[in-house]
Design a protein around this ligand. Structure first.
Ligand SMILES: *[C@@H]1O[C@H](CO)[C@@H](O)[C@H](O)[C@H]1NC(C)=O
Ligand SMILES: *[C@@H]1O[C@H](CO)[C@@H](O)[C@H](O)[C@H]1NC(C)=O
Ligand SMILES: *[C@@H]1O[C@H](CO)[C@@H](O)[C@H](O)[C@H]1NC(C)=O
Length: 319
């Protein structure tokens, strides 16, 4: 009897909790921000104001995004669906979101089967897409093909998968981040599909062990390169990648936090250090790479040493 009563009270409490879960809407000028973050929602609530422009449904338990879930919400330009345990998205789920420019699906359990081929067809204005921290084992090439306006993409980096035509069609892409990233090799044809894409920022925190000197060749307009946190590779070895950026003008290169797992040390020869100067780069971060010494004379060997404004290294900071 007592147990029954406790169960009954507990279920009343649960019902009450889900009924009282409310989103908060804030209006500032033309921006209408509706925050439904972390309210235990299992579906897209029905009472979201229809003039909402920014909608945060992150940290809920949505599991499935059903067809037409947002079709009333024609003014939403930014939609946050991160950490919402989503594994299925129906093909017309985003139908009606005619103004959507930013979609965050980070940290769900999406794989290639979760995203029907036509799921992004209605999102012709999408500029920012975050698919990182999902369960992809293959790149969702077919849905990328439609995203001709996309400027920023974050996605899992998958070892032994080539970048195919889906990436080639992202003509306006300027920012590409892999997270998490299991890629172990950068061959000199790895990035061929990016040849006609004017990528400015590449963030590649992976598991690189092998690189070929020309691998970065296709990135003709790169401004910011982050090849940090590849824990198993020596910086003296990674520096040869800069060969592929020879004579380019680059704002910053982050080569920090590589070579962390092995208790060992790295020594930079003057010729290796001088590779930094193959590129006209303003700022270089070489910290936390277990570099114990840099052979002198490297700076003099640098072709573009005048470009360098800041160099971060454990012991030396040239500024
Ligand atoms: C929102 O819905 C109301 C009816 O509930 C309607 O009158 C109004 O035009 C809609 N507004 C927008 C921005 O769609
Ligand atoms: C990812 O989502 C899970 C729930 O699905 C959550 O527990 C975890 O905190 C989230 N991680 C981050 C980094 O937000
Ligand atoms: C690419 O690397 C291979 C070795 O794996 C080499 O034979 C080839 O010449 C390289 N190509 C270019 C364009 O650098």
């Amino acid at each position: 009897m007592n147990i029954l009563r406790i169960v009954y009270l507990a279920s009343l409490f649960l019902i009450d909790k889900s009924l009282s879960a409310k989103c908060t809407t804030t209006r500032t000028g033309n921006d209408v921000s509706t925050d439904c973050h972390g309210k235990g929602f299992r579906y897209v609530p029905k009472n979201i104001p229809n003039d909402t422009t920014y909608l945060d449904l992150s940290a809920n338990e949505l599991f499935v995004i059903f067809n037409f879930a947002f079709s009333r919400l024609k003014h939403v330009s930014s939609l946050k669906l991160s950490s919402a345990q989503i594994s299925v998205i129906e093909s017309n789920a985003f139908s009606g979101l005619v103004k959507l420019t930013s979609l965050d699906l980070c940290n769900n359990t999406l794989d290639i089967h979760s995203l029907p081929e036509t799921v992004f067809d209605s999102l012709s204005f999408l500029r920012i897409l975050d698919l990182s921290q999902n369960n992809f084992r293959y790149y969702p090439e077919k849905i990328l093909v439609k995203l001709s306006e996309l400027e920023r993409l974050s996605i899992n980096g998958i070892n032994d998968q080539t970048f195919g035509n889906g990436f080639r069609s992202l003509r306006k892409l300027t920012y590409l981040k892999f997270e998490p990233c299991t890629i172990t090799r950068m061959d000199n044809n790895t990035f061929d599909v990016f040849k006609n894409i004017q990528l400015k920022e590449l963030i590649f925190q992976c598991k690189i062990r092998y690189v070929e000197p020309g691998a970065l060749n296709p990135f003709k307009l790169i401004e910011r390169l982050d090849i940090s946190k590849n824990f198993n590779v020596r910086i003296s070895y990674l520096l040869q990648l800069l060969n592929g950026l020879m004579d380019r003008i680059v704002t910053s290169i982050d080569f920090s936090h590589n070579f962390r797992t092995i208790p060992a040390a790295d020594v930079l020869l003057a010729s290796q250090f001088a590779m930094i100067g193959a590129v006209c780069v303003k700022e270089v971060d070489l910290t936390r790479n277990r570099i114990i010494s840099i052979q002198s004379g490297g700076i003099n060997l640098m072709k573009h040493k005048n470009c360098l404004e800041k160099l971060f290294s454990k012991k030396i900071v040239y500024g």
